[in-house]
Write a protein that binds this ligand. Sequence first.
Ligand code: GAL
Length: 413
Amino acid sequence: MKSVFFGAVSATALIASAVYAEPQAEVLHWWTSGGEAKSVAVLQEEFASKGGQWTDMPVAGGGGDAAMTALRARVLSGNAPTAVQLKGPAIQEWYEEGVLADISAVAEAQGWADVLPASIAGHMKCEGTWCAAPVNVHRVDWIWANADVLEANGIEMPTTWDEFNAAAEKLQAAGIIPLAHGGQAWQDATVFEAVALGVLGADGFRKAFVDLDMDTLKSDEMKAVFDQMRTMRGYVDDNFSGRDWNLATAMVMNGEAAFQIMGDWAKGEFMAAGKVPGEDFLCASVPGDGFLYNVDSFAMFDVDGDDKKAGQELLAELIVGQNFQKVFNLNKGSIPARVDVSLEEFDSCAHLSAKDMGESSDNGSLLPSYAHGMALRGAQSGAITDVVTAHFNSDMSSDEAVNMLADAVANSM
Ligand code: GAL
């Protein structure tokens, strides 16, 4: 009786697998902080609810440097993950290696071209085919602040770098750490590009970090960017070296520090901790005009097996789906990549982001983040970040820094 029963079950399973491959996906990502983990769980749950089997491959490390090292090792050993958090020109770089899967069938069936802004769609295409699926638009150029700390010290959100510096001096005199910062290269780069946008303006930023214009890289304005970085080095605490970005956000949450300059994944941390924007914490764009965007996306790698291919199709479909774009971004701190998702349930920081993004797009100041891999290929962005970090962690002068910057960029091309 028993063996008949089991025999019947396995026969059914065999028939089922012949006609329907159960979607499988091994997903490499770097979303391991509180807010990030809550966000990626939204995708895991949607995938499971559609019968998918998710194998998680998280590689801790904000900004994704460690994840990208892990990816290279996996691809080199001929064992690429099914889906990978990948963005900007890195998508094209992997496409050129001939290892990406074409997801155009899903993109076309779902009409992605009609619901994604052209600027975002452009990053998702490789020689005319769709090679990645976007999840969001993060803004990088934000200042976050502890509302009580500012109020107690009679400080408004700064609207110029001079105001920022004056506020920082006042806070420091009151025994509060002005700037919560983690000394990791990508965090130094994040602060640097936010300062650069403010000091150089949108055109200057584009010339420097999109066009790699040597005159701009060596300009007096760029020296002023490094001057401001030197000033800000004085506003971080002694233990900043190596600190993770979410621990820096926690310092703002608990009032140990007043400000953090970080993309709006920091808002995901505040929200995950139950903090309320406008009450517990404040958001404002950094002084200056423009909008630095950072679009997270997933690329599918060429893999064998109908179950994995079914997993890739299902993932691509869910990622650009309206419900996922809403729920994920409510957790992540970003705004949806799709233009037709209502922002009604989103908070005031998200509304500000959407408004500024629209205006920047209209007036030509919507710019790709260099620090988050949206503007340049790895060799060039890496060369810039090396100089930024070397300057921040030494007593290098701004003159030396701009010369080193121009040389490093020239040598990386
Ligand atoms: C960014 C990424 C964000 C966030 C952040 C910190 O590069 O786009 O989604 O995860 O790193 O890990």
